[in-house]
Design a protein around this ligand. Structure first.
Ligand SMILES: C[S@@+](CC[C@H](N)C(=O)[O-])C[C@H]1O[C@@H](n2cnc3c(N)ncnc32)[C@H](O)[C@@H]1O
Length: 269
């Protein structure tokens, strides 16, 4: 974890502990990330491509934000994530909802090594999880693995950051403020960005957790990437995919150069 700025100062002075964002912080992710904007988009893809018996794989499924919606709507969907902590929360949520499915712990760059025998009609990588693929070699490894897991003509859909960031260390900003009354705590999260190049940045998340007047500061620092839409399209072609749609929002507006890009691509087996 490459620390910088405020996060580095806090740790150096013994005022904060470090963790990965999807490690011990996973429970906070689950209670605070409650976006629903993209759910209709993935449900509509499922409707189009997974009629009777169609299977879906949700890569980077996290705590099951999309996966549970797919299952609740009657689709056969499996989840994969690298984080054991995120997956254990998904598992608990599945049990609570009386739902069952396969959850795989693994790296999306090494899908072949999971030894999966099932084939999927639709593979999704929601909520910009591709930002953690920093190099073209990582992205190609994901696409080639997905290609091998898809049925003939199967579909891959994902959103990603197609923008560019400023270079240098930004001022910290409040990225989250939440009162979690059930758990008797409040959460304040400050973020700070270190733009390393226009397409590579480090994001430090400094989370102040306050429970019954006891404060604790947890710091995490993750590297994230962006990539232009034409470049992503080229990589997909190299892995055997044809892009069938490039949208700029979850309602299907054609992509016209913004930060958010949603790609739907077909495996040309
Ligand atoms: C932004 S979260 C998205 C979670 C979930 N898809 C959602 O929509 O809420 C990114 C997820 O990708 C997972 N992830 C990051 N790198 C990964 C990798 N190399 N292989 C598999 N999962 C990864 C993280 O553990 C995390 O759960």
């Amino acid at each position: 974890m490459k620390l910088f700025g405020m996060a580095e100062d806090l740790v150096r002075q013994g005022l904060a502990v470090t963790d990965t964002f999807y490690g011990a912080m996973s429970e906070l992710y689950d209670t605070t990330i409650t976006e629903t904007d993209d759910i209709p988009f993935y449900l509509s893809l499922a409707r189009q491509h997974c009629g009777t018996g169609g299977r879906i794989l949700d890569i980077g499924c996290g705590t099951g934000r999309i996966l549970l919606q797919l299952l609740r709507n009657g689709y056969q969907a499996d989840g994969l994530d690298i984080s054991a902590q995120m997956l254990s929360l998904t598992k608990a949520k599945l049990q609570a909802a009386n739902l069952e499915t396969a959850l795989y712990q693994g790296d999306m760059r090494t899908l072949d090594s999971l030894g999966l025998t099932v084939k999927y009609h639709l593979v999704i990588i929601p909520y910009a999880s591709m930002i953690y693929m920093l190099e073209d070699s990582d992205r190609l490894a994901v696409f080639r693995g997905v290609y091998n897991l898809l049925e003939h003509g199967g579909i891959l859909a994902f959103d990603f950051d197609a923008g560019q960031n400023e270079i240098g260390i930004s001022k910290p900003w409040i990225s989250l403020q939440a009162i979690d009354k059930d758990q008797g705590r409040s959460i304040l999260r400050i973020a700070q960005m270190h733009g390393i190049s226009p397409n590579l940045r480090c994001i430090a998340q400094i989370t102040w957790l306050n429970t019954e007047n006891q404060g604790k500061i947890v710091v995490s620092c993750e590297e994230e990437s962006s990539i232009s839409a034409p470049h992503m399209q080229e990589l997909l072609a190299q892995a055997g995919f044809s892009v069938t749609k490039m949208a700029g929002d979850y309602h299907g507006q054609p992509y016209s150069g913004g930060e958010l890009c949603l790609i739907t691509a077909r495996a040309d087996h």
